[in-house]
Write a protein that binds this ligand. Structure first.
Ligand SMILES: Cc1cc2nc3c(=O)[nH]c(=O)nc-3n(C[C@H](O)[C@H](O)[C@H](O)COP(=O)(O)OP(=O)(O)OC[C@H]3O[C@@H](n4cnc5c(N)ncnc54)[C@H](O)[C@@H]3O)c2cc1C
Length: 299
């Protein structure tokens, strides 16, 4: 099929994009990498009257270090840039790893971070990584700019806290702690994940082996994707690790506690029960990856 007719407009800068969008927000779509929008247009799942191409908007580009050791990443940053950027690999390696799992090279060359977050596919890697990293989402619109915590951004299936007249401009990630894990199961490399888990373990205080972090509340963030209608904090797993040392036993107990927080779909690729089982196994594996990264010594 081909898209229903639409009018095309190219925004030259952010103010122009905001003004174009404000003219008819309910009937307009922003075009970034087009890797989710164009298939939806072709299948006529969406029929906007106007498409605003934001690919020339310089204010949406760039990866810049922040003073707290984190990064500010423009919404137009391509998935392939995330995988290749030394700054991302150094300051947010979980995000680089998540981007490596998105689709195929052609998709990673076109698809953007902002597009992935705004589209909010429940099985997408980047939203889950940013939720695990406790990122902040910067948006702007006719009422000005605002920031939304990742915890408050993903609301449901393909639904976010972005208003129809707002543009996602950038993501800010804090300095990433050294303990992290990212795992997913897909039918083939490049497919959307059947289920996946991203985990970040903060070190609460100086450590001496063999004891590893005694986490306090909020020191471990475990996020599942493909296991609900949006990326989910797996609170049961996080509770197991709050105040407890991270070791192989607690990682397994956290995995077992992850299942009840999931509400996965059933489809031809796997039942809800299978996906819930994956969430338990992948939670344990992601935490074991984090543990391995926290232990000093050769890897
Ligand atoms: C074959 C195939 C396989 C794929 N596999 C994966 C996969 O394994 N994992 C995965 O996560 N994704 C996958 N994708 C999707 C891909 O990651 C997309 O790039 C991403 O979901 C959307 O980014 P985009 O820049 O292409 O956005 P677009 O398609 O241009 O836009 C998507 C939506 O976001 C809105 N939007 C875009 N930018 C902004 C902005 N700055 N502010 C507000 N709204 C905005 C658009 O209006 C639209 O509604 C796949 C896509 C294809 C075609």
């Amino acid at each position: 099929m081909k898209p229903a007719p639409f009018r095309y407009a190219r925004a030259g800068n952010l103010a122009e994009a905001v003004a174009l969008l404000a003219a008819a927000p309910g009937d307009t779509k922003l075009l970034a990498g087009g890797q989710s929008l164009v298939p939806m247009l072709n299948m006529r799942l969406v029929r906007p009257a106007v498409l605003i191409d934001v690919n020339s908007v310089r204010e949406l580009t760039g990866i810049a270090p922040t003073a707290d050791g984190g990064l500010r990443i423009g919404a137009l940053t391509r998935h392939a840039e995330l995988t290749a950027s030394p700054a991302v690999m150094e300051r947010a390696p979980l995000l680089a790893e998540a981007a490596r799992h998105v689709g195929h090279a052609a998709i990673r060359n076109q698809g953007t971070l902002g597009g992935s977050l705004a589209h909010a596919d429940p099985a997408a890697e980047l939203p889950a990584a940013l939720l695990a990293l406790d990122a902040r989402v910067h948006v702007t619109g006719p009422r000005g700019a605002r920031e939304i915590a990742a915890d408050a951004f993903f609301l449901g299936l393909l639904t976010t806290a972005l208003e129809a007249d707002e543009i996602l401009t950038a993501i800010e990630v804090p300095a990433q702690p050294p303990g992290w894990g990212f795992v997913e199961i897909a039918r083939r490399p490049g497919d959307f994940a059947l289920a996946g888990v991203a985990a970040v373990v903060h070190i609460g205080h100086p450590l001496t082996l063999p004891s590893l972090p005694r986490g306090g509340e909020g020191e471990v963030r475990v996020v599942g994707f493909g296991v609900g209608d949006h990326p989910l904090r797996l609170a049961g797993a996080e509770r197991v690790l709050a105040g407890a040392p991270l070791d192989a036993g607690s990682a397994a107990r956290a995995g077992a506690a992850a299942g009840p927080d999931c509400d996965p779909p059933s489809d031809v690729h796997g039942s809800a029960e299978y996906r819930r089982h994956l969430a338990t196994v992948l939670t344990e594996r992601a935490l074991l990856q984090a543990l391995a990264r926290l232990r000093p010594g050769p890897r």
